[in-house]
Design a protein around this ligand. Structure first.
Ligand code: ADP
Length: 403
């Protein structure tokens, strides 16, 4: 069986999925797994296509001390126990910087270019690149593809992507990029199949997970996003503040004497729902807490989400539909209801029964359609990987025929 391995590596975990490729190039998910607790309590868990458990085992800490070691363990398990030897590996890479507006086959040169963007995504990029490097070293002939969260947003007009700072900085790459692009691309590709009447219209997609952002789609293309140069801007997130006056950072540096790396750590790890509530970065925990600070953090999240939707509605000059996706967007009935309540002025009116049962369409008939669409970033990565593999294969074939 031909397979594509998809890897999403974080700071303490590696999530992976295996897709089978049939003769017509169709992909079907076979295995979903992760190695988490890297460097603390490593554990490999995996399930099959039907959710059947394939593995759940703990490892001694010294066996899995870093992300490449986690990928090695997953790779050995896949090869030895599942007989999976992938044709290629597709990686989620958060930042493609100014250089990459689409997925790319990786070599050492590409990795060193991508490494330059590590400071723009310090929580993700170094961890995304670590397994790529280790596979390049150990399996140099295995094709690897980097798929970027920024790529889908690269068609924006200049007016959406410039900051009002001297233009030479834009030329250096200091500009708005936008993130969660693989998720938005999946939604944009799904809409024509599930809601063809609105797919070519103006749609606001809310990707509400631990990281949260919104994207304005026109005719299936991203025209505006709430995130910018880094994944810090826009909506409040689990541990990131979202939009914040840069003056606050100057205040922290000058009055509190915080260094650049302390400010960075603060912005990525100490703010958002966690900072506001002082309780948790996890929406479920906040919703089940009776503390007023938890309730305030949830209210802040809802308020800012609706505020940002208003901004995107202005970018689109109106809205034909809304989509909720990711952990909070797909699962929280009450957050959807509360955001929607604030969007009544845009014609939004949810049907509580449909919302309560997580239906595909949760709006009342005759109002602005609101959909819940589970995202599938891994499928997008597998598709990009396969299509780059095909183009490499066909250009090799053409070269053979020419010579
Ligand atoms: P990521 O992939 O960015 O880690 P997810 O998309 O998995 O994040 O979303 C995680 C967030 O979704 C967490 O804040 C979690 O509490 C929230 N979440 C998941 N299920 C629910 C639910 N039923 N109600 C409210 N929040 C939920």
């Amino acid at each position: 069986m031909d397979t594509i391995l998809v890897v999403n590596a974080g700071s303490s975990s590696v999530k992976f999925q295996v897709f089978a490729v049939d003769n017509d190039g169709r992909l079907s998910r076979q295995i979903k797994g992760q190695v988490d607790g890297v460097g603390s309590r490593p554990r490999l868990r995996a399930s099959g296509a039907a959710g059947d458990k394939l593995a759940d085992r703990a490892y001694p800490i010294q066996n899995i001390q870093d992300v490449p070691a986690a990928l090695r363990v997953a790779g050995e398990w896949l090869r030895d126990e599942q007989q999976v030897v992938p044709l290629a590996v597709g990686h989620r890479v958060v930042h493609g910087g100014p250089d990459y507006d689409r997925s790319v086959l990786v070599d050492h040169n590409v990795v060193s270019r991508l490494d330059r963007y590590s400071m723009l995504a310090p929580l993700h990029q170094p961890h995304n690149l670590a397994p790529i490097r280790s596979l390049l070293a150990n399996f140099p002939s295995l094709p690897q593809v980097a798929c970027f969260d920024t790529a889908f947003h690269r068609d924006h007009d200049d007016v959406a992507d410039y900051y009002a700072i001297p233009r030479r900085l834009h030329a250096e790459g200091v500009r708005r990029y936008g993130f969660h692009g693989l998720s938005y691309e999946y939604i944009a590709k799904t809409l024509p199949k599930v809601a063809p009447e609105i797919a070519s219209g103006r749609v606001i997609v809310a990707h509400l997970g631990s990281g949260a952002s919104m994207c304005a789609l026109r005719g299936g293309r991203s025209v505006e996003s709430t995130m910018g140069f880094t994944a810090l801007d826009g909506l409040p997130m689990g541990t990131r503040p979202g939009q914040i006056d840069p003056g606050v950072l100057l205040y922290l540096a000058s009055t509190k004497g915080m260094s650049a790396s302390e400010v960075q750590d603060f912005l990525y790890r100490e703010c958002g729902l966690k900072g506001l509530s002082g309780i948790s970065n996890d929406m479920r925990e906040l919703q089940s807490s009776g503390e007023p600070e938890a309730a305030f953090a949830v209210e802040y999240f809802v308020y800012r989400a609706a505020l940002n939707a208003g901004m995107l509605a202005a970018a689109l000059q109106g809205v034909d539909a809304f989509v909720f996706t990711a952990g909070i967007g797909e699962n929280s009935v009450s957050i959807r209801a509360r955001i929607a309540e604030r969007l009544g002025w845009l014609g939004v009116d949810l049907d509580p029964l449909e919302n309560g049962r997580h239906a595909f369409q949760i709006s009342r008939a005759g109002t602005t359609p609101v959909y819940v669409i589970p995202t599938d970033e891994e499928l997008m990565i597998a598709q990009h990987t396969l299509s780059l593999l095909w183009s490499r294969y066909s250009s090799a074939k053409t070269r053979e025929q020419v010579s």
